[in-house]
Design a protein around this ligand. Structure first.
Ligand code: B1M
Length: 212
């Protein structure tokens, strides 16, 4: 659809004003929020990632694209959150220590809230011990870890190991995700689940909550 292509293009240019306006237009035209997200904002950000990886654009461009993505996400958030609000359980989420990428983690949080979960978002650059400490304090049954850098993925294993050392890995389940994270990695470090994207994270977390 032309409008969503224009949205992706505005995000690629890092034009937050246009991203905001086109997102509003798309909402007005009653295009489903999930579609605006996937075919507009996320599609644009994928191109930004490829171009950054190929050194065609640089960090300031990526920062502008992230700012634009937040402008669009702000508009979509109430629609994505407008799901079934019955309490499904408590989930602690965050991006692991050393990692400042939080767009994907925030999306997971938005979708979880929409599905009726109580979400405690610890933000980004979160030390391993903090995840376990807050989950215990708050009586959460799931910890969701996000990592976007290969160098920060090992922090996920630290959280799993810490939970095991405290004998809590039956009571609290860990799900991992983020662009470089795979199902194999999740198995290798002993996490209970892996999800490729935010929608699948919600499905997996529903299953994990059922296991506790
Ligand atoms: Co950075 N960055 N970045 N970056 N950045 C990547 C990740 C990179 C792949 C780009 C590239 O080279 N092609 C590369 C990593 C290479 C690697 O490790 N192999 C990279 C790099 C190198 C860096 C810096 C080191 C650059 C530098 O300083 N020289 C630096 C590191 C800073 C740090 O963290 N310490 C850096 C910085 C940044 C910005 C701050 C500029 C910005 C982040 C802004 C922000 O998040 N607030 C940024 C961005 C935007 C990106 C790319 C372009 C886009 C990431 C993104 O937001 N995607 C990224 C390229 C890419 O991923 N292709 C890149 C959109 C988002 C919706 O998707 O986060 O993947 P994503 O989330 C998805 C799924 O992964 C999944 O669900 C979401 C979709 O539904 N998911 C989960 C995520 N978490 C989940 C958790 C779950 C389940 C699913 O369960 C709990």
């Amino acid at each position: 659809m032309e409008l969503l292509k224009a949205l992706a293009a505005a995000l690629e240019r890092g034009d937050h004003q246009q991203t905001l306006e086109i997102t509003r237009q798309a909402i007005k035209q009653e295009i489903p929020a999930k579609r605006i997200l996937d075919d507009g904002l996320v599609a644009g950000m994928s191109v930004v990632g490829e171009r950054f990886g190929a050194r065609e654009i640089y960090l300031p461009d990526v920062l502008l694209a992230a700012k634009a993505m937040y402008a669009g996400l702000d508009q979509l958030e109430p629609l994505l959150e407008a799901g079934d609000m019955s309490a499904m359980g408590k989930v602690v989420i965050g991006t692991v220590k050393g990692d400042l990428h939080d767009l994907g983690k925030n999306l997971v949080g938005i979708m979880l809230k929409g599905a009726g979960f109580d979400v405690i978002d610890l933000g980004k650059d979160v030390p391993a011990a903090k995840f376990v400490e807050v989950a215990v304090q708050e009586g959460a049954t799931v910890i969701g870890l996000s990592a976007l850098l290969t160098t920060t993925m090992p922090v996920m294993k630290d959280v799993v190991d810490l939970l095991k050392a405290k004998g809590l890995d039956d009571a609290i389940k860990i799900i991992v995700g983020g662009a470089p994270v795979t199902d194999d990695w999740a198995r290798q470090i002993g996490a209970h689940a892996y999800a490729y994207d935010a929608s699948r994270a919600v499905e997996s977390i529903r299953e994990l909550v059922g296991q506790v």
